[in-house]
Ligand binder design. Sequence first.
Ligand SMILES: *Cc1c(COP(=O)(O)O)cnc(C)c1O
Length: 398
Amino acid sequence: MNTDEIMQLSDKYVMHTYGRIPLAPVRGEGARLWDAEGREYLDFVAGIAVNSLGHCHPAVVQAVQEQVARLMHVSNLYYIETQARLAEILVANSCADRAFFCNSGAEANEGAIKLARKWAKKQHGPDRYEIITAENSFHGRTLATITATGQPKYQKGFEPLPQGFRYVPFKDLTALTAAINEHTCAIMLEPVQGESGVRPATEEYLTGVRQLCDQYGLLMIFDEVQCGLGRTGKFLAYQNYGVEPDIFTLAKALGGGFPIGALLAKETVAEAFAPGDHAATFGGNPLACAAGIAAMQTVLNGGLLENCNQVGAYFKEKLQGLVSKHSFIKEVRGLGLMLGLELTVPGVGFVNACRERGLLINCANNTVLRFVPPLTITTGDVDRAVAILDAVLLEQPA
Ligand SMILES: *Cc1c(COP(=O)(O)O)cnc(C)c1O
């Protein structure tokens, strides 16, 4: 099929939940994508931080090919070798003691919410269920996770929403302290907010949140679905801040492009889940976990964290170089290869102009150009991307 045919078929039969961009990639390799007409794109979206190893990384392709022919699925009623091995890798490289596997970020956060409530009821009694989250956060699209998400635009039209969530401004310890009450059981945050436009927390803030959690007996939950797994230059984003959560969630990059999510927790918290309390039919299936093992071994042992730090610093400096050249750039933010360029004008026109020149980027929260390329990119890729961006910014002053 050619691009027009793919677009027509999709528009006719698929629900219109996405404002689609007129591009239909059919093949990918590393940081590059091709459409049906053979046009090449440099991919600085990477599935929105999913394809952190680049497209079709050979280690993931091989692991999936071998596992798909051996065993795709068995019930979680049985023991699953790849699931246990992936859990071991995640535990060995984090503050957590145990993992639960699911299929997406929203599902991981649902699990975190359920675990926090279960733990709090056991620990403190029946009236402790409220979870405090941040304004402009993003935690997913299920009913509980749009409610956890501190942005009314994701909730509108889906009322009645589940009870038990409260919102505070991000990075405001005074507001957070004031929001804690006799019903609070947890505080849930993204160490680096993604969808609201790449907004990193500060060490002072997260240290303060940790102290409040310890003081009031609350759980600290980190949503690392976007910022985790090497994206910020550390394996987990919280490792940049010198604090440890009680629960954290993963998804996006966990399968190297294959769908898988996870919820991790310290033993004292994880033990609140008894057999029968939580489950996912497809969660932690042999195939997804084989992809996850290959992806995580590559992130941890393949020099990706080092590359992310080096090329990320190079990229950030290049972006900073654009600030003085273009009056409508407000600021450059981010860690590692999770970077944002906040504009004083809407970003969509620049996104489209970049695509026409062969560079894929996206725009978060209307005015922030977001860059989450594969962690494998080179300084040469960055030079090319920044040259395109610079030309586009010059050509289209707002
Ligand atoms: C993408 C994302 C989610 C939701 O993940 P899905 O796999 O789309 O359900 C949750 N939290 C954060 C921070 C995300 O970026």
